[in-house]
Design a protein around this ligand. Structure first.
Ligand code: TXA
Ligand code: MG
Length: 324
């Protein structure tokens, strides 16, 4: 299959993306978080093709991306006032809500669960595509299963070329890290994936605390320990550990660091921002670039801790996870 590279700044290209999607094809689309691998959510055969293209197990549920806030009752049922308040506060934007699935929604999307993940993305080209063509798109991140999520069209192409019909190039993603996922189906609202919208910001809107497990368990298929992984092994170190090893490092190691290092350090260095939003924005892109160098491994100095860094630590932990 020849994968078309389309330009989100050209209206005819956006329309062509919509035509392809409506014809049941797969198109990678830009979002403000990471690129999504999209199919028409009302077409179960098209949605099924996502799992094949990604190499993803079929019981891993997908997020449905909707065109506007009023689409909520089309996809979910028993929606409480808190969910509506969150939609008012954060949509369009990087918050995915897990709600009870409406009866007609195909279980291909929900991986057989009776819940559904919904979000309204804010990327202007994607919003215009959704709204002008009255579409809803099922889309996981546009990477092969367990690999790094793509934050640019070039990164999508590197992993998906030949497997999908087109990539709509909408530039580099604003956040660069996946959306916050909030489960609203239980007794307590619970964050199941940390992301750009914090537990505190959510708690402020709904007026009660939000659970934020420090260690995400594999409570749902898809929430796995090894995820977002570069090809080369990734090893994380505290600054103290790193300083001990520094004199031994050579050019065969790529090193992502936040603190200043001696000029004599030989590793292939990538200076990372010491601020969490900017760090998140650059993380996947930098890991992708580091992965492509002639290095044997990627080392990463652990960034600061604290609530604002939760999502970054979560992704680093999974990217570095090794079962052995
Ligand atoms: O920012 C994002 O959320 C990106 C962009 C493309 O929107 N999407 C994304 O999708 O990261 P994906 O499939 O790579 O990750 C979504 C995760 C899955 O791993 C799955 O565990 C969880 O969301 N999920 C989706 N629907 C769910 C459901 N009904 N119940 C529990 N978990 C669900
Ligand atoms: Mg993903």
């Amino acid at each position: 299959m020849n994968t078309l590279l389309l330009d989100a700044n050209i209206p005819a290209d956006v329309d062509l993306s919509a035509d392809l999607l409506q014809a049941g094809k797969l198109v990678a689309v830009p979002t403000e978080t990471v690129y999504g691998l999209a199919a028409d959510a009302t077409n179960p055969d098209a949605v099924r093709a996502i799992f094949t293209a990604k190499g993803r197990p079929e019981n891993h549920p997908l997020i449905v991306h909707v065109a506007n806030k009023t689409a909520l009752p089309r996809w979910a049922k028993n929606i409480g006032v808190e969910a509506y308040a969150l939609v008012e506060a954060f949509w369009p934007g990087p918050l995915t809500l897990l709600l009870h699935k409406a009866d007609h929604v195909s279980s291909v999307i929900s991986g057989g669960l009776n819940t559904i993940g919904l979000r309204m993305p804010s990327h202007p080209a994607l919003l215009s595509l959704l709204q002008r063509h009255d579409l809803a798109l099922a889309a996981p991140s546009a990477n092969p299963y367990k690999k790094l999520s793509p934050t640019s069209a070039q990164q999508v192409m590197a992993g998906m070329q030949g497997k999908i019909s087109a990539v709509l190039d909408g530039g580099v993603c604003q956040f660069g890290l996946e959306s916050t996922i909030l489960d609203m189906t239980g007794v307590k609202p619970t964050i199941v994936r940390a992301g750009p919208i914090s537990a505190q910001a959510i708690a402020k809107v709904i007026g009660r605390p939000v659970e934020q497990p420090r260690h995400h368990h594999a409570v749902v298929p898809g929430n796995v320990k090894a995820h977002y992984q570069p090809e080369k092994p990734l090893l994380c170190f505290s600054r103290e550990e790193l300083l001990l090893h520094l004199p031994l490092l050579d050019h065969n190691i790529a090193l992502l660091h936040v603190s200043a290092l001696p000029e004599t350090t030989k590793a292939y260095r990538f200076a990372m921002p010491a601020e969490p939003v900017e760090y998140a924005h650059r993380l996947y892109q930098t890991l992708f670039t580091a992965d492509q160098q002639h290095v044997d491994a990627i080392w990463c100095e652990l960034p600061p801790t604290g609530d604002a860094w939760l999502a970054v630590h979560d992704r680093l932990c999974r990217a570095a996870y090794s079962p052995s």
